[in-house]
Design a protein around this ligand. Structure first.
Ligand SMILES: N[C@@H](CCC[C@H](N)C(=O)O)C(=O)O
Length: 284
């Protein structure tokens, strides 16, 4: 058993345990340890784990693991937290940083105290306005891969009772995010990898969003890649121009900005709160 130093951070309510290899050179994680430390009630409790490594070309390298120990896809709120941590700890020499994540180079910026911007690379596969069979009905949905795969559904597209064609959901607070999110996350149409599922409601100049996250297997208080996927869907199918303002389940505000050039999404960014909650030591 060894002692490791960690920092707990929150990116708009999406929470992470961060290990800096500089202070934990012997750190070795596996699925079992990640699941134990992320478990609420008996562990530190988090949606995921971030590991910061030094890098010879960029300011740092970042590894991300979901709470179930899976990895390989982008985490935007985790990236915003890592950007804040590296600035706060002095690892990054300026407010603007570049870093490696899953072999790609990303950048970000501490805009002001605890407000952090993350710059995405251009999105991958996109598919708009298709039907998914779930909850005994055919639901209109869209898909965007922003580095992580996301389904986006407007809550008014879903019937509370499939036999009553006027029973559309209207209140996002009373939407069955976990129930329907889980059904779509494990839907045969998205196998074998599965998908994250975002439910949105456009209300005047803000968009309310709730996300069921793959790898956490629950609703999280915010999801960065899901928020950006939702912004692209709203722009495409509702013709609403950026910047787009989102209110996450946590109540925090996230701003998505981008440019559309010949149908291509460029200069995509996500800005919002990222902060250190506490620092501690753990033995495993
Ligand atoms: N919370 C993240 C997304 C993390 C990855 C996702 N759970 C997946 O496995 O695809 C974010 O803020 O982007």
């Amino acid at each position: 058993m060894k002692k490791y130093f960690f920092t707990k951070l929150s990116g708009a309510g999406n929470d992470f345990i961060l290990f800096d290899k500089k202070y934990n050179p012997d750190l070795e994680l596996n699925k079992d340890i990640i699941q134990k430390i992320c478990k609420r009630n008996t562990g530190i409790g988090a949606d995921g784990v971030l590991v910061i490594n030094e890098n010879s070309n960029e300011d740092f390298a970042l590894n991300y693991f979901n709470a179930d120990g899976s990895s390989g896809t982008l985490c935007a709120n985790g990236s915003r937290c890592a950007i804040f941590y590296t600035f706060d700890s002095g690892l990054a020499k300026s407010k603007i940083v570049k870093f490696i994540f899953n072999d790609d180079v990303y950048s970000g910026e501490v805009i002001e105290d605890e407000i952090v911007k993350f710059n995405f690379n251009s999105p991958g596969k996109m598919k708009f306005n298709f039907k998914i069979k779930a909850s005994n009905q055919l639901i209109n949905a869209s898909f965007v891969d922003t580095g992580s795969p996301h389904v986006v559904i407007e809550i008014q597209e879903v019937l509370k009772d499939y036999k009553d064609l006027s029973s559309f959901y209207n209140d996002i607070n009373n939407f069955p995010v976990v129930e329907l999110g889980k059904e779509i996350r494990f839907h045969k149409d998205f196998m074998p990898n599965g998908v994250n599922v975002n439910f949105i409601k456009v209300e005047n100049d803000v968009i309310k969003i709730r996300t069921y996250e793959r790898g956490v297997e629950n609703e999280t208080l915010s999801c960065g890649t899901g928020t950006v996927a939702s912004a692209i869907v709203i722009n495409k199918i509702k013709n609403i121009n950026p910047p787009l303002k989102f209110i996450a389940k946590s109540g925090d505000t996230l701003i998505v900005d981008f440019a559309v050039d010949n149908g291509e999404y460029k200069n995509v960014s996500l800005t919002g709160p990222a902060k250190i909650i506490f620092k501690g030591e753990i033995t495993f």
